[in-house]
Design a protein around this ligand. Structure first.
Ligand code: PMP
Length: 396
């Protein structure tokens, strides 16, 4: 049975992790994996989460099956975070949200549902994008193309290329857009860019699929939802995949959601029934723990304030690390201006380092980054930053 099975290619980032773990040098730094670590270099367990878990444990709730669409209070809270508490769409019954197995599970449920709706559609993702976007939509049976996005010369967005490529896609293509904190580049669209994207999407009748995995890591919870709110006001129908892996530091609990904005309340009922069918045939219904914790925090005024404070601390710490990195590299007379790192948003930075430079960082300095030059700035702290900046200055 298995004699002809070929070895699948190793996941580049998880492979990097294995190499990092095996490295015995004490000064090693892992800037490869997309995880936020605090000043002590550890993945934080948020106080709001600890409190919510304590209350849940004390309540000794039985663990029956959840409904296919997940915990109702959780789904409702997700909608409010994404669309705002006064969203007319929610009031009009035009929004469905189903709990998902992380942001990845939300993308997968959405992709499977879309395959039934638009079997011949093309999917377009940014160049570059989170590496799983392509694999995931291809696995759902779609051809996947890139639209131009990152401009290495300006370390910004290739606006002309982006708009041209979106225009030239076949009509009714599925366009995956990073709503904030673009992974892997850290380069986001401006409000004007978003408006231009929206107009093309409308004109070409594309299906927008907004992926928001870092809400609150850019400029704030509300600010980071601006693109979602823009689409909400447009009158278009669209998909949103969202995740609490980062914003609640609940990576392993797999807490995400798929939200779909429909045309009207009657459509909502039909669409929900089909999405539930997709879920039912994939994993039946979602797990209880992570979403119970998130729902408890978001629906308790005190825990919510606590969470927002902790999220703000994570965001501010990343920002501080970005600024310190730019300053230290300038003080080291680095052969390049890294000012753009301070302008980028979220956990990542496309540093502009070449594959060879990334290799030297690893071989000579035990600093692990992705071959594309992506570094996780959320893994920097005041102790490892001088080590990293000195090494970068040395390999330039
Ligand atoms: N979308 C993007 C853009 C991501 O970067 C990630 C994960 N880092 C995800 C989705 C998936 O999130 P999750 O880990 O919650 O599945």
């Amino acid at each position: 049975l298995f004699s002809a099975v070929e070895m699948a290619p190793r996941d580049p980032i998880l492979g990097l992790n294995e190499a990092f773990n095996a490295d015995t040098r004490t000064t090693k730094v892992n800037l490869g994996v997309g995880v936020y670590t605090n000043e002590e270099g550890r993945i934080p367990l948020l106080r709001a989460v600890v409190e919510a878990e304590a209350a849940l444990t004390a309540a000794r709730a039985p663990r029956g099956y959840l409904p296919i669409e997940g915990i109702a209070a959780y789904d409702k809270a997700v909608q409010t975070l994404l669309l705002g508490s006064d969203s007319p769409l929610i009031q009009q019954g035009r929004v469905i949200t189903t709990q998902a197995i992380g942001g990845t599970g939300a993308l997968k449920t959405g992709a499977d549902f879309l395959k039934r709706l638009l079997p011949d559609a093309t999917v377009a993702i940014s160049d570059p994008s989170w590496e799983n976007h392509r694999a995931l939509f291809e696995a759902a049976g779609f051809p996947v193309r890139n639209y131009r996005y990152y401009d290495a010369f300006s370390n910004g967005v290739n606006r002309g290329g982006l708009l041209e490529d979106l225009k030239n896609l076949p009509a009714r293509s599925i366009v995956v857009l990073h709503a904030c904190c673009h992974n892997p580049t850290g380069v986001d669209l401006t409000p004007e860019d978003w408006q231009a994207v929206l107009e093309i999407v409308r004109e070409r009748e594309h299906v927008p699929f907004l992926d928001i995995a870092y809400q609150g890591f850019g400029d704030g919870i509300e600010e980071d939802a601006a693109a979602v709110r823009l689409f909400a006001q447009s009158g278009l129908t669209f998909f949103v995949s969202s995740s609490f892996s980062k914003s609640f530091s609940l990576y392993g609990e797999r807490v995400g959601a798929l939200t779909i904005v429909t045309g009207d309340q009657e459509e909502t009922g039909r669409v929900l029934s089909q999405v539930k069918r997709v879920i039912r045939t994939n994993y039946s219904n979602p797990p209880t723990h992570g979403a119970s914790v998130v729902a408890a925090v978001l629906n308790s005024p005190e825990l919510r304030v606590m969470w927002e404070t902790e999220l703000g601390e994570m965001r501010d710490r990343i920002r501080t690390m970005r600024l310190a990195m730019v300053e230290q590299l300038a003080a080291l007379n680095a052969k390049r201006d890294f000012g753009f790192v301070a302008e980028q948003r979220g956990m990542f930075s496309y540093s502009g380092l070449t594959t060879e430079q990334v290799e030297r960082l690893r071989n000579e300095f035990a600093i692990y980054a992705v071959g594309t030059g992506r570094i996780c700035v959320a893994a920097l702290n005041t102790r490892n930053l001088p080590v990293v900046t000195k090494a970068i200055a040395a390999v330039l």
